[in-house]
Ligand binder design. Sequence first.
Ligand SMILES: Nc1ncnc2c1ncn2[C@@H]1O[C@H](COP(=O)(O)OP(=O)(O)OP(=O)(O)O)[C@@H](O)[C@H]1O
Ligand SMILES: [Mg+2]
Length: 791
Amino acid sequence: MDALVKSEGNSPTPRDLLLQRYYVQQDEETHLRDYWRIILKHRWIVLTVFAMIVTTATIYTFSLTPTYRATASLKIDYERPQILSFQEIGSPGHQNFGPEFMGTQQKLLQSRSLAKRVIETLKASGQPIALADPASADSAGALNNWPVWITNLFGSSSSTPKDAIEPALRSESETGPTEEQVMARKVDALLSTLTVEPVRTTNLVKISFTTPSSGLSSLLANTWTKAFIDHSLEMKYNATSQAGEWLSKQLQDVRDKLEQSEAALHEFVKQKQILTIGEKKDIVTTKLGDLSEALTKAQGERISKEALYRQSQKMRFDSIPAVLENSMIANLRAEYYKLDSEYRRQSETYKPGYPKMVRLRDGMDQIKRQIEVEIARIVDAINQEYEAALKKEQLLQSAVNAQKHLAIALNQELIGYDMLKRDVDTNRQIYSGILERQKQAGVSQGLAASNVQIVDTAEVPSVPFSPNKTRNILLGIVLGLTVAVGMAFFFDYLDNTVKHPEALERTLGIPNLALIPSLASALPRQGRGRLSRNGSNGHGNGTPVFALVAHSDLRSTLTEAFRTLRTSLLFSSAGSPPKTILFTSAQPSEGKTGLSINTAITLSQLGGSVLLIDADMRRPSCHAQLELPLKAGLSDYLTGNADLVSAIKGTAVPNLYCIPAGTIPVNPAELLASARMKDTIDLLSQRFDYIVVDSPPIFGVADALILSTVVKGVILVVHGGRTPREMVQRAFKNLIELNAPVLGAVLNNVDIRGNGYPHYYHYYYNHYQQASSGAAPEPAHNETQASNLEP
Ligand SMILES: Nc1ncnc2c1ncn2[C@@H]1O[C@H](COP(=O)(O)OP(=O)(O)OP(=O)(O)O)[C@@H](O)[C@H]1O
Ligand SMILES: [Mg+2]
């Protein structure tokens, strides 16, 4: 694109730079507008789809049988089962408070057993008749059997249980359903209308019933909550009565044990005469103490006596205190020592045989014997004392031993007694504990306190719960909008034609020189009625003809668009504007001829002479539009059958001349490729200010591509919303490959009404129309402004 814009010069012109900046800005800004344009373009699809969806949603909503929802709320507290205090600790079964507890309660609230209970309760109370739907009140027979009625009722309102049940009913019609099956269906029907919702972070649970009858809904919700409380109480009662039974069995066992242990104790006491055992024990202990003390004493005595005894046995009488302390012996000894000293003194004088001496000796001997007798008596006494002490000790020792045995025996009896007694005490303790618990269980069994409380009873709803008309319709609107817009985008996606100048420039990279609106969309409302169906052939009856609109209607939007194209052409290349311009297109009927003529007209309005050459020798039409003869024309001149002057024809448009196609030749491509053609163009470009060449389409014939090399500028006409992008791209590529001087493309025949095209087309047109209405004179063909545009 840049290469095209730059055209001949190497350095970009200020115009190139401005255009570049413009494209960048366009890239950034156009996304949202693109979306809006797509929606506007497919507005009929959008509106139709939207209307269809919203209408369907509305009809569906209003066709639904209204259902009413009644809600009751319950508070469920956690309660520990109180059976035995020691069982509560560490019992895993009872540590389920928290989400599990509420989850369990929720499941219990949705249990089939509860549904059965409710069915039975309502059946027993006969309430459904009183609270039945007024619409069904006349069918009293059906109402008496209300669960069937409720099943039918739900079945008729929605796709609930009936659909599921009906096939089963048919297959069972021969045998008839059993009572259990009927109940199961009723339970299913009931549960399908129930909603249980715990209120987050609280102990509250909401129980809702949605049925076609408001009274029935509230009745069901209230009955359900009551039934749940009864159910939980019953479960509690069962639990406590089971515990009670277990306790009484335990109590019996413990009582038996207690009795046994008491009997054993009693027997023991009787046998061992345990009642006096206390005294006995005291006596035995005291006596044992006394005896031990006496034994110790006797032992001490015996030891001291034994020492004397042993001394006496060793004849060491002098160390025996009794001998030493004996006064008689002392006296005798004193006398003996006196006689002995006398004897020693006399022996110095007398001989031992001397009578005095003999007498002395005898006296001494006598004293000695007396001493010995006395000692012997003392020793004898010591012996006796020792033996007595020994005997006493032995006696005491055996008495102590006997007493010890007695004490041990007594102790053993006491231990046995204690064991039995302890047994009895323990059993008695257990017995009284169980007895107490049993009494408590009995009391709680009788208590009707529940951990479930009704917080709110269900009221009879006055407004239907479903269908929520506003919500459904709003949803319909949202869905409708989404689908409708989605479809618009989908259709737009499927449509791969070039619809917008931006698409040309951004997607295909071809500069857009101008946008030519379709004749119908460019006309004011009152003018459109005058338009013939194909937009052409209006000569003489005042109807605008597209090919001549730039001449016939100077103030029209289309003419403005052609002036824009002219300006773009004049400024399309640096330096002088191209003198020879070729109009071609990818496929037929894109508006080449119409654009060639109108461009030639607008160029002629600048004052210079302009030549229009109809080089489309296959389907020539310039002559017809300009009301000229076909011959002699280009082909005639190129084949040498006519001269150039006779081929160039003046037209009704001042300054505009035309060479019609001439006789349709067999070989147009060859004629166009000839050197004569190139020379002719060169020659004519010297004579005319501008030469505009109309040509056949690029695809199918080579004519246009051949011509593209002999002109100074090529314009690719693209029929907006009809020519596929790929075709435009290929045509453009073919031209580029031949080094054709492509100036850009013109998006033609675009419906500018509401396709997101700027308002100014209409605005300027209308403004212009009003300003010039009535008195404003038609400007001359050679407009003064035109000269200003001359580069
Ligand atoms: N902008 C337009 N508004 C209304 N009608 C248009 C417009 N452009 C072209 N037409 C009409 O489309 C038809 C084909 O136009 P035209 O003959 O100019 O196309 P063409 O490319 O020259 O066709 P061919 O390939 O046959 O030569 C004509 O009836 C013409 O009036
Ligand atoms: Mg044509």
